[in-house]
Design a protein around this ligand. Structure first.
Ligand code: TEU
Ligand code: CA
Length: 541
């Protein structure tokens, strides 16, 4: 089936469904609420929405623990509600991307309930089971991303099962072809339903080493590598055997072959690996035999705290290099998501400079690749402060107070600065929202920014609209200028057009020397205010 490549320069707006808009006053966002608010996203100028998981789930990890892959959780609505959402999105010209959590299921999924019954039932091998070692310990040293061993003892089977995340998220055994078939069937269910693609959650976690070899230590606790933070035991080992196994590529090829039967669909994989972008490039490049895999990989590198010019230069340079080496990788760039501290706070601290908040999307939207915006980025929302009593994220509850978890970026979306609940439960709900609304978001609510032509929301709208008119940004090659302590600069080239994109990431004025033989408005240098941005056509001297 044809694919027009819409995704290559797409702006994908990520919605965290629990927190966007509650339509029935139960304190939890839902599909009908999202449908009502799609106009906001269309007006922003996005190409697609990505919905974090909406499937049946006990919500131990808020939907990233699926107990029925082919149905909508009643908390969010029904299949009919989702139909209405997809139809409304399509009418507005928005694609709909769902979140497929294939690597693991919920422990309440019927497959796992059956699997744990005995060692010889039909689904006995659908999850990753292993005997204890002679001393009763787990079979190897693998660690869960959310803390502790990634093996959980099951008293009925008297065996351990693997979980890369929560104990309630058992890892599906992708070495079993029947498991792959069952997951592909559910992917097909949604393609038939009419979604335009999907984000693949933690897709590099789907395979594990079948021999269950222990990971080599990276440092702590044997003291050999003091650069490894003692507070992050997950970093005590190199995750070579518990994830990112080469077998994943074959599954991605199967997935792509299925997806390609549906016109203009797209899959973007979340790949959290120590090797970072090299894996992103590999997963989104064809095999030596020409078999396609993902359309693009989701890059973690702009989710870091660092945002100085040399760091960003290094990220872009590395992606261009690894993609060239892999022969075709494609990136999706995000500055925040539902797992990480909100952009305004991460880059800007407690009092973000408004110029920096304008620079961030300008930079992101001029990169080569697709872009994900997380709900609230367009408003410049700061991270919310959550008291321990209000925490919902199990990861935050376990790690408190060293790491406060992911609730601070998941609070209800601020629509209405005058409403007590910021319009989240409109018409005003009597139920407390599942996470408290952030008072620091009140003055930044959508209605307040709509009324202020100088507000960040208008800057985002303008940028998204302007980018569509710039073939160099949509389609051009990218060439970096040399590393500079203050200014990140690159040239996007399309035909004869060369568009310079330059960003002063420092708090001081800066000057940029243009490449020899190039000029902008008869000048060979450009001056920048702190956090200044310049887009300019280069001409030959
Ligand atoms: O996240 C995967 C995840 O946790 C990675 O960011 C991980 O921290 C990294 O690969 C470690 O190097 C996804 C979802 O986005 C998250 O919300 C879920 O909790 C998680 O999967 C489990 O489904
Ligand atoms: Ca609701």
């Amino acid at each position: 089936a044809p694919n027009n490549g819409w995704w290559r320069s797409a702006v994908i707006y990520q919605i965290y469904p629990r927190s966007y808009q509650d339509s029935n006053g139960d304190g939890i966002g839902d599909l009908a609420g999202i449908t009502r608010r799609l106009d906001h996203i269309a007006r922003l100028g996005a190409d697609a929405v990505w919905l974090s998981p909406i499937f049946t789930s006990p919500m131990k990890d808020f939907g990233y623990d699926v107990s029925d892959y082919n149905d909508i959780d009643p908390m969010f609505g029904t299949l009919a509600d989702f139909r209405a959402l997809v139809d409304r999105a399509h009418a507005l010209g928005l694609k709909v991307i769902i979140d497929q959590v294939l690597s693991h299921s919920s422990d309440q999924h019927p497959w796992f309930k059956e699997s744990r019954q005995s060692r010889d039932n039909p689904k006995a091998d659908w999850y990753v089971w292993a005997d204890a070692k002679d001393d009763g310990n787990p079979p190897n040293n693998w660690l869960s991303v959310f803390g502790g061993s990634s093996w959980q003892w099951d008293t009925r089977r008297r065996q351990y099962y693997l979980h890369n995340f929560l104990t309630s998220q058992p890892d599906l055994n992708f070495h079993n072809p029947a498991v792959q078939d069952a997951l592909l069937a559910s992917v097909q269910f949604w393609l038939d339903f009419g979604v335009d693609g999907y984000r693949l959650d933690a897709i590099n976690f789907c395979f594990h080493d079948a021999e269950l070899r222990s990971n080599p230590g990276a440092g702590m606790p044997d003291g050999s590598n003091p650069t490894v933070a003692a507070s992050n035991p997950y970093a005590w080992q190199h995750h070579v055997y518990d994830r990112s196994r080469p077998d994943a590529l074959g599954f991605l090829e199967r997935l792509r072959a299925l997806t390609d039967q549906y016109p203009d669909t797209m899959m973007v994989g979340e790949i959290g690996d120590e090797s970072g972008m090299a894996m992103v490039a590999q997963y989104s490049s064809p095999s030596a035999e020409g078999a396609e895999r993902l359309h693009m990989g989701y890059c973690f590198d702009l989710l870091a705290d660092r945002h100085d010019a040399p760091y960003l230069h290094g990220v872009i340079a590395k992606f261009e290099r690894v993609a060239a080496e892999a022969g075709g990788g494609w990136a999706c760039w995000a500055l925040s998501n539902h797992d990480c501290k909100r952009l305004a706070t991460r880059w800007g601290g407690d009092h973000p400079d408004p110029a920096l908040l304008r620079l961030a999307p300008a930079l992101q939207l001029s990169l080569r690749g697709a872009v994900c915006l997380y709900q609230g980025e367009e408003l410049g929302l700061p991270e919310a402060d959550i008291a321990f009593e209000d925490l919902q994220d199990p990861y935050g509850i376990t790690m408190w107070p060293e790491f406060k978890g992911r609730d601070g970026c998941r609070t209800p979306f601020p629509w209405d600065s005058a409403a007590p609940d910021l319009g989240f439960g409109a018409p005003a709900s009597t139920t407390k929202p599942w996470l408290p609304v952030a008072e620091s978001h009140r003055a930044l609510a959508v209605d307040a920014q709509e009324a202020d032509p100088g507000a960040l929301l208008h800057h985002y709208r303008h940028l998204l609209q302007w980018r569509r008119t710039q073939p160099a940004l949509v389609d051009g090659d990218l060439t970096l200028l040399p590393v500079d302590a203050q200014v990140l600069a690159f040239v996007r080239t399309h035909g004869d057009e060369r568009l310079l994109c330059a960003f002063n990431l420092s708090t001081e004025p800066a000057t940029l020397a243009l490449p020899a033989g190039d000029q902008v408005d008869a000048q060979s240098t450009l001056s920048f205010d702190p956090y200044g941005v310049r887009f300019a056509r280069l001409t030959r001297v």
